[in-house]
Each structure stands twice: as structure tokens, then as C-alpha cells.
Design a binder for this molecule. Sequence first.
Ligand SMILES: [Ca+2]
Ligand SMILES: [Ca+2]
Ligand SMILES: [Ca+2]
Ligand SMILES: [Ca+2]
Length: 256
Amino acid sequence: MIRPHRPHGPSSRPAPLGRRLPRPLILLCALSAAVAPAVTARADTTYQPLPFSQDWSNTALLNAPDNWSQVPGIVGYLGENVFDSTPGRLARTIVGDSASVPDLIPNQSTPATLVPGGVAEFQMANPVVALQGSSTADYPHLVLHLNTQSSPGPVIVQCRLRDIDGSGDNAVQQIVVQYRPQPSGDWINAPGGQYADVTAGPNQVGLETQVAIVLPGNAGGRPQLQIRFLTTNAVGNDEWVGIDDIVVMTATSGVP
Ligand SMILES: [Ca+2]
Ligand SMILES: [Ca+2]
Ligand SMILES: [Ca+2]
Ligand SMILES: [Ca+2]
């Protein structure tokens, strides 16, 4: 069975306007886009000091589709590649940015039956935000915005990757941890931050992979350090992977 594309919504792939709308509407859309609020209006991209943590236990932070404005320093993205949706790409080869806007399916409870890909909040017994690839969500990811200027020491990144998907799917579901010492340019694969398959299946849930990595020295002393957790659209049906208990710290920052 092939998962259907995510239904068209604010974060799904828009059809080419020229094929769908008469010219006056195209003009109207262009004008609307010109006065639309910036993408950051739905995201809190303030760079956060260390120690930094997020365990998603406050389920009030994420309550509206595609809205990350209440979550300090973290934004989720669909990771859409409008040119190529080839499944099974190596996650570590994805080093660019996607053009997609923030993506979120909030207030969910059953990963096994949530079909669309992207980024979702699951308000389970242990709440978590999770990623799932699809033919629309080519490489969904979370981006952390951090200020390490007063933390020159090696930056330590920890989290727990959780297979929360007990559906019949059994995907080779990759996760890669990447960073960049400034808010633009290619992403850098964190040493030891590549996970070939963090899920089990079919009908298996609960596999956990502990992430504990030390970023290279150029991640310290940065006012605008970015870190991202990324998966790619697997061959066949994908599984939801929770990114839980995120901690970023240095030896001198203390623990959250
Ligand atoms: Ca949690
Ligand atoms: Ca919520
Ligand atoms: Ca599974
Ligand atoms: Ca897939």
C-alpha cells in the first residue's frame, strides 16, 4: 500500500499557480504574498542560551497547525523537495535547506494511524514531537536555534530517538544530526550523528536510540548555532520517529 500524499493545506506542496488560477487571481496572490507576515511569525527563532532542553511535556506549546511560535528556539519543517521525491536517499547527503515553511500536525494521539508525513505532536503518556517522511515530506526535520557565545567548550547534544509507530510499516528510517555555526550555508553532519535505521517493525513500537554526541569545536562560541534532526522519505511506508528529551549543553553550562 502506498501512503497517499498529505492533503493540501498551508504546508503541503502547492500546485503551480499558473496552471490553476486565472491571471487576476495570480496577481492577487502575489500582492497577498507581498504583505504576508514573515515565516518567523509562526516560529520562535530566538537563539537560546545553554543549557537547553525540550521534552515536549508541555502540550500547550503546540496547538495550532504549522505554528511553532510558543516553542523557544525549535522549528519543524516539512523538508519538501519540489523537484525530486526519490525515496531512500541517504540522510547525510541532504545538506541544503528546504524551501518549505514551518510544518506541524498538532495534538495527535495515535502514530500508527496518522498517515501524512511531516512533523507531528503526539500527546501520548510521554508526549513527543516526531518526524515521518512521505512522498511530500521528502526530508522532515527539526531545527534548533542556540546561542553558544558564552559557552566556548565542546557542545554536547543528547536526545532519545523513539520508534512510536506500531503500525504494520517497517521502514529503514534514518536520522541524521547536523549543525552549522551560522544561520546559512551547508549543514555539516555531526561526527557520530548518523543512524541508519531507528525503527523496528512491522507492528513493533518502543525501540529507543540514545543520541549523545559532541560537536566539533566550531560549534562553541557562536551567537547563532543551528542544529537539526532530519529523516528522509524511506522506500515504502515510513514510520514516525519521536525526537524526545533534547538536551544541548557544554561542560561549563551546567545541566538543564
Ligand atoms: Ca517527552
Ligand atoms: Ca498540543
Ligand atoms: Ca515501528
Ligand atoms: Ca516512503
